[in-house]
Write a protein of this length. Structure first.
Length: 195
């Protein structure tokens, strides 16, 4: 790890605003994989993804140079919101709805009809759900099985007990340990699961 890895996004933003051009390069490199993957997952086309990725950082740079950026939230969610808006613009301009094979996929236009969640919160919520799914895979198999049955399949502990062949108390215990271990994994990786 270099010294750069310890510098926070907000410190890099301040550095860039104060004229240190290298700061924006560090920020882009730090977040490029996550942002590029996010855009590609909605667009499914490498050239368009590359265009939107570049347009996102052009907007970021212009906003920072104008002094219009305010540190209300975190840098990454703000950048994600910009790219999300550009994705919506892309679909509007091309007059086509995105098509997804899987109903679990994010619906790009759902934020337009859902007034209770703004685009940034929607993106953050989606990222949190993805992060949690990845964290669940780190759990021991027995705990993961109970947690998935309970949280994703909406099964009662009685049904879990019948499906796994263990007592209800054992199923409850596994669920409890799954949640304790998830919290430990979250703390260890310094993951923020709230916005």
């Amino acid at each position: 790890m270099t010294h750069r890895d310890f510098v926070s996004d907000s410190a890099l933003v301040k550095d860039y605003i104060n004229g240190k051009e290298i700061a924006i390069e560090i920020l882009i490199k730090r977040h490029q994989n996550r942002l590029y993957s996010f855009i590609y997952s909605k667009i499914q086309d490498r050239d368009t993804t590359e265009d939107i990725f570049q347009d996102t950082f052009i907007k970021v740079i212009r906003t920072l140079k104008r002094g219009s950026y305010n540190e209300e939230g975190k840098f990454l969610p703000w950048v994600m919101r910009i790219s999300h808006n550009l994705i919506i613009d892309y679909f509007r301009k091309n007059n086509r709805m995105p098509t997804f094979n899987n109903t679990d996929e994010f619906d790009i236009f759902s934020v337009l009809s859902d007034g209770s969640l703004n685009a940034e919160n929607k993106i953050i919520k989606e990222q949190i759900l993805n992060d949690v799914k990845e964290l669940i895979n780190e759990l021991p198999e027995e705990q993961k099985e109970v947690l998935v049955m309970r949280m994703y399949n909406d099964m009662s502990f009685n049904e879990i007990s019948e499906n796994t062949g263990v007592s209800i108390n054992t199923a409850l215990g596994r669920m409890r340990y799954a949640l304790i271990n998830l919290r430990k994994i979250v703390d260890k990786n310094k993951i923020i699961l709230v916005n």
